[in-house]
Design a protein around this ligand. Structure first.
Ligand SMILES: Cc1cc2nc3c(=O)[nH]c(=O)nc-3n(C[C@H](O)[C@H](O)[C@H](O)COP(=O)(O)OP(=O)(O)OC[C@H]3O[C@@H](n4cnc5c(N)ncnc54)[C@H](O)[C@@H]3O)c2cc1C
Length: 465
């Protein structure tokens, strides 16, 4: 393990500041509180220094500084991590936000993205060429963390996880080298970064395969909570037989009090499915017909829209600075007992933004073998996440307790582990459960590339030779 020595002297820090082109923010600086704040305001960390890197040379210098000074090191991409793993108390944060360039190659259908970009930038740049990269469901999320942990979203059933569309990365390693990893170079490292998180170095550049996605047909179908058990049973069977062009995640949610939702539904707790149909437009009516006909929907709000419009549809509901508490698990089956637990706890959402999502992970995500990437739950059918969310810190306990109670009721029905990107900082046992049989290989690759565990503020893989 890396040992922590006494804090570096002002002279040593000044020498480091002189080697980087980006700003170095110190505790006490005017910019400090803004620079250290995380998306999840429930997490309040106080790093010693924040290096706002502007290029790869800055990243190399920052890695060397933290390593040689024995400072705890965190890497911040979009800063969205639920457990606040983009920051660290008393250490150095490498903040990649200024490294957010995106370059689309429309001929090759690839997109090169710098390590600190958010998905909104990628969506915007790619859409100009009628292309999209599979990502998540909120465009303010960082490309770095989401990709390195796997990446589940509106295009998962059609094109797989984000890592299934990753072609190459540039990584600054713990020893300061910059290497490129792909199917031909540093294959072991390339395997490890496709789900193994930020354990192996700082990814300064991602190269993605993009797909011809322009206008999709998407939006929610909402049903009364009274119908939740029937809707869940129907959804469970329907989605697994649905064409891959159709993605739909089930949700318990509260209808936001704003257009386009009709006023009579505002603030009503409901259950529903958020759809994204990315197939031939002329087939959309046929695909959606059985959905609109199921039960008595309160709203069937699907429309053609540009893909980035769906990707950013929830951004306004979830601005940075709210309290968040996450609980996650994978599920292979949704039996009657699990459905009964959902019906009970889903109805008790404590605040307007609190929610439960079941993301389908079949379709193209199932085409990839369990050991082809570290993401080991390819055989599961859903990734479940329960999120307690509220702007008011006074409600932190309320949302946490609800999420815990709900999760504890469902966990016995789960496949065992959880998606690392939807976990809090939950300890080694949960990390091992997330990677299952892939953990030993990850630990060996970690020993090769980061034997002293410099990159340990993450869902940590302990090096093992
Ligand atoms: C509102 C919201 C919606 C979300 N929706 C989805 C979704 O639809 N699908 C999904 O799969 N996930 C989703 N997530 C989860 C998300 O994938 C994780 O929170 C992820 O960690 C965020 O990445 P980030 O770069 O923003 O976070 P950060 O907090 O900056 O980083 C998270 C982790 O990744 C590491 N990291 C980040 N960038 C790099 C890099 N360039 N090099 C090395 N390490 C790096 C960090 O060190 C840290 O350990 C969502 C999260 C939020 C808050």
């Amino acid at each position: 393990m890396t040992t922590t020595r006494s804090a570096p002297s002002p002279e040593v820090i000044a020498a480091f500041a002189a080697t980087v082109r980006g700003d170095l923010v110190r505790a006490g600086d005017d910019a400090y509180d803004d620079a250290r704040s995380l998306y999840n305001a429930m997490i309040d960390k106080r790093p010693a220094l924040i290096a706002r890197c502007v290029d790869v040379a800055d990243v190399i210098a920052a890695v060397a500084f933290a390593r040689d000074a024995g400072l705890p090191l965190a890497v911040r991409g979009g800063g969205h991590n639920g457990g606040g793993l983009g920051s660290v108390d008393d250490g150095l944060v490498i903040d990649l936000a200024a490294m957010n360039g995106v370059r689309v190659d429309p001929e090759a259908r690839t997109v090169r993205v710098e390590g600190g970009a958010t998905w909104g930038k990628v969506d915007h740049a790619a859409h100009a060429f009628g292309l999209a990269v599979p990502s998540g469901i909120i465009s303010t999320t960082g490309v770095g963390g989401l990709t390195l942990g796997g990446g589940l979203g509106h295009l998962t059933r059609r094109y797989g996880l984000t890592i299934d569309n990753l072609l190459e990365v540039d990584v600054v390693l713990a020893d300061g080298r910059l290497v490129t990893a792909n199917e031909h170079e540093h294959q072991d490292l390339f395997w490890a970064v496709r789900g193994g998180g930020g354990n192996f170095g700082v990814v300064t550049s991602f190269l993605f395969r993009a797909h011809p996605i322009d206008t999709i047909v998407g939006g929610p179908t909402l049903w009364s909570l009274d119908d939740a058990a029937d809707v869940l049973r129907w959804y469970r069977d329907f989605i697994r037989e649905a064409p891959r062009d159709l993605n739909g995640f089930f949700a318990y949610l509260t209808v936001p009090p704003a257009p386009p939702f009709p006023e009579h539904l505002h603030r009503r707790k409901v259950c529903g499915v958020v759809w994204c149909y990315a197939g031939p437009p002329e087939r959309a009516d046929e695909v959606f017909a059985p959905i609109a006909a199921f039960g008595a929907p309160l709203l069937h709000g699907v429309h053609p829209m540009p893909f980035p419009a769906l990707q950013s549809a929830f951004d306004g509901l979830y601005p940075a600075g709210h309290q968040w508490y996450w609980r996650a698990d994978f599920f292979s089956e949704l039996g009657d007992a699990a459905i009964a637990a959902h019906v009970h706890h889903g109805a008790q959402m404590p605040t307007m933004q609190s929610s439960m999502h079941l993301y389908p992970i079949d379709g193209a995500a199932h085409d990839v073998a369990d050991d082809a990437t570290p993401w080991s739950y390819r055989d599961a059918n859903w990734a479940q996440v329960i999120v307690g969310v509220d702007p008011d810190p006074a409600n932190a306990g309320l949302i946490t307790e609800w999420a815990k109670r709900y999760s504890e009721a469902l966990h016995p029905h789960s496949a065992g582990g959880a998606y690392v990107n939807m976990m809090m900082d939950e300890g080694q046992e949960r990390v091992r459960a997330a990677y299952r049989d892939n953990y030993p290989r990850l630990a060996r690759i970690k020993a090769t590339y980061d034997p002293r565990n410099l990159f340990r503020v993450n869902q940590n893989i302990e090096p093992q030779g």
